[in-house]
Design a protein around this ligand. Sequence first.
Ligand code: GRF
Length: 212
Amino acid sequence: MLGSKWVIKEKIMINIGVLASGRGTNLQAIIEAIEEGKIEGEIKVVVSDHPDACALKRAQQYHIDTRYINFKEFKNREDYDKEIIKTLKEKKIELVVLAGYMRILSPYFIRTYKNKIINIHPALLPSFLGLHAQEQAVVHGVKISGCTVHFVDEGVDSGPIILQKAVEVSDDDTEESLAAKILKEEHQIYPRAIQLFSEGRLIIKGRKVFIK
Ligand code: GRF
């Protein structure tokens, strides 16, 4: 239409960096959400501490840049993290997503990306911290478990909570069957949390995260 003015909503895309050590099903769910236009962002790099991590292969299938960084080449955790940060800075990363990343980040890393690192944990925090959360839930006999997306601070699984999803634990659930139920929900809430972050809708006030 000649003479008429078009206002096109400009999308601000955030640069996402993913750290993953293993199979990468959460990474896959995030990639798919981006492809479907649900997240205003782009994964610029996937970094792994394992050369044969399935997550790296998944990223490569989508032509996402990948880096394997060998921990053994560095004298300590901070030096290792500095190398990762170098890559993240090169890629102008604005959000660091931990997707099954099996190393604890150094305080230096956490300070560098303060309030810009998120993680998913396969339990309803603050229950069942650390490793084997699904097994801990089964052994404890809880009736409800689930998953939590949270900001990462210097503690273990202790940062402000963004989203949670509950699942029922049945009498015959094993660690494996519960993990599968929880994983299905992880694949829903992790992309959703990233979407909210990318839209600038997460406001942290103390321990609480408000969604505006
Ligand atoms: C998930 O269970 C997640 O909650 C935990 O590590 C696992 C990663 O799985 N932090 P995947 O590599 O995304 O399949």
